[in-house]
Design a protein around this ligand. Structure first.
Ligand code: LLP
Length: 488
């Protein structure tokens, strides 16, 4: 057996990757609503063909559906508000701006009734420019500068999520010198860490974020860092302690980890309220809800996760005999991830032959082809495959093809052999230079993590709404690349 087998499956393909029944079909649930092939077979969004987007805006290009963003934002908000209505009157949903942020997105977030989670002074600057009320904004960060804390107070933020005892003292001092009160939540590490399909519960989290809930984690005998911070916060006049926060990981599919973290935090919250005679009216359960990057990813609908979390909050509060705190969450990826695809133009193609063991152990090695399809971007516009071994999918976007499927690796144009955009995907055999490829699921942590490696200009972001496309972030020009070079 050489080349493609009868059913075109390649021995080089990972086990999870099936040969699609129809290479031209858009596989659910990878694509934003409004993305479909038009009558000519070309990929289009809200009726705008990708060739038209390339003509107007160039490639690579992030193409985002504004309607899809708004729908997903509302879906999260509705699902959680419904599930928690009878427990705490609803949920405050903070869109995690680190996943993708620009002023247009802040406005959509606000218009859809969500709030905004930021993680730096720069993200606060975007929020400020967009004009969102500070009361609807949260600031995170494990190493906030004094400048960032001042900015948060200048903007009268609804919450500063404090990450350490030292930071709590700094926030208290800065607020006191300004004659103000800072609204604070404490970020705790509940010892629950989740990633995609599993979660693990460990006694202590070995990571940089947050205040440990494990006992004896401070100099004060028997006290955890979390408790020491609660006690300190309760004593500062310049601090209004709103409550507790946790974030257990990213790209999580199962609700169990969120539910366990909620239970742990509620037990701790109840114990602290009693011991220190305080009330903490809020509990934030962070983000991390997973999306589909390939057809084998199976994210749960928001309602299912919301109901599982609500069940635990309801029963734990009843058992503890406490009034449920107001719940908030911070989804980023689950709102923006699937709203966007990246459009690339194909350049150089090359096929290599790779020896692999035969299908059964006695068989001799067989040679299988792997085709490298180079596109005009790469790790500078999507670092996730390199950083996290993340898998993506891709389709031929500029036309349909009846050619046979061929196992392909979509790679970028950087001087690095690890510069992979899609590690394994079946594309039609006749893909050629000048074709356009679309990679779905690139809304979160792609533009946000983009770089100028090899002096590539970072792509722009186009938002499509009701049949018209506009740049919400322009792509960089060569001049932008040269601007900061002082030339001395
Ligand atoms: N809240 C906090 C405190 C967070 O640290 C994060 C993400 C979120 C919310 C939003 O998480 P999401 O719902 O988007 O998963 N660059 C990585 C992900 C890093 C996540 C950092 N924190 C990636 O591309 O997979």
């Amino acid at each position: 057996m050489t080349g493609n087998s009868l059913n075109h499956a390649s021995l080089l393909a990972p086990e999870w990757l099936a040969v699609p029944a129809d290479l031209n079909a858009l596989q659910d649930p990878l694509w934003a609503a409004g993305v479909a092939r038009n009558d000519a077979g070309e990929l289009a969004i809200d009726g705008i063909p990708v060739s038209e987007l390339q003509r107007q805006f160039g490639t690579p290009l992030f193409v985002m559906s504004e309607n899809d963003f708004r729908t997903r934002a509302r879906a999260f908000s509705d699902a959680f508000n419904d599930a928690f209505a009878d427990i705490c009157g609803g949920v405050d949903v903070y869109y995690a701006g680190k996943s993708f942020l620009c002023t247009a997105v802040v406005r959509w977030v606000e218009e859809e009734g969500l709030r905004l989670d930021t993680a730096s002074g720069g993200e606060l600057a975007v929020a400020h420019r967009a004009g969102i009320p500070g009361a609807d904004v949260a600031l995170h960060g494990n190493n906030k500068s004094d400048g960032e804390i001042h900015r948060a107070l200048d903007m009268k933020l609804g919450r500063i999520v404090v990450d350490s005892l030292a930071e709590l003292e700094r926030v208290a001092r800065i607020a006191a010198t300004r004659g103000e009160t800072a609204k604070v939540m404490l970020r705790l590490t509940p010892g629950v860490h989740a990633h995609t399909h599993e979660f693990i519960a460990t006694a202590h989290e070995d990571q940089k974020f947050g205040l440990s809930m494990a006992g004896d984690s401070t100099d004060v005998a028997g006290l955890s860092a979390a408790e020491e911070a609660v006690a300190a916060a309760a004593g500062f006049e310049s601090i209004e302690l709103l409550g507790l926060h946790c974030h257990i990981g990213s790209q999580i599919f199962e609700p169990d980890g969120f539910a366990l973290a909620a239970e742990k935090l509620l037990r701790f919250l109840a114990a602290m309220q009693e011991k220190y005679s305080i009330v903490m009216p809020e509990l934030d359960l962070g983000g991390g809800y997973g999306i589909a990057y390939t057809p084998v990813d199976t994210p749960r609908p928001p309602a299912e996760i919301a109901q599982a979390m609500a069940a635990v909050v309801r029963s734990t509060c009843a058992e503890l005999g406490i009034t449920a705190p107001r719940i908030s969450i911070e989804p980023g990826r689950a709102i923006v991830g699937s709203t966007t695809f990246t459009l690339y133009e194909v350049g150089t193609l090359k096929t290599v032959r790779v020896d692999v063991p035969g299908p059964d152990e006695s068989a001799e090695n067989v040679t299988h082809p792997r085709r490298y399809v180079s596109v005009d971007g790469g790790m500078s516009d999507n670092a996730r495959p390199v950083l996290y071994d993340a898998d993506y999918s891709a389709i031929l976007a500029s036309r349909t093809s009846e050619a046979a499927p061929q196992l392909s690796r979509v790679v970028g144009k950087h001087c690095e052999s690890g510069d992979i955009v899609v590690r394994d995907v079946y594309l039609p055999e006749d893909v050629a230079a000048g074709d356009l490829l679309a990679v779905p699921g690139t809304g979160a942590y792609c533009w946000a993590l983009s770089s100028n490696y090899n002096y590539l200009a970072r792509p722009g972001v186009v938002a499509v709404r009701d049949g018209s496309a506009r740049l919400i972030v322009r792509g960089e020009t060569e001049q932008d690349l040269l601007n900061r070079d002082m030339g001395v």
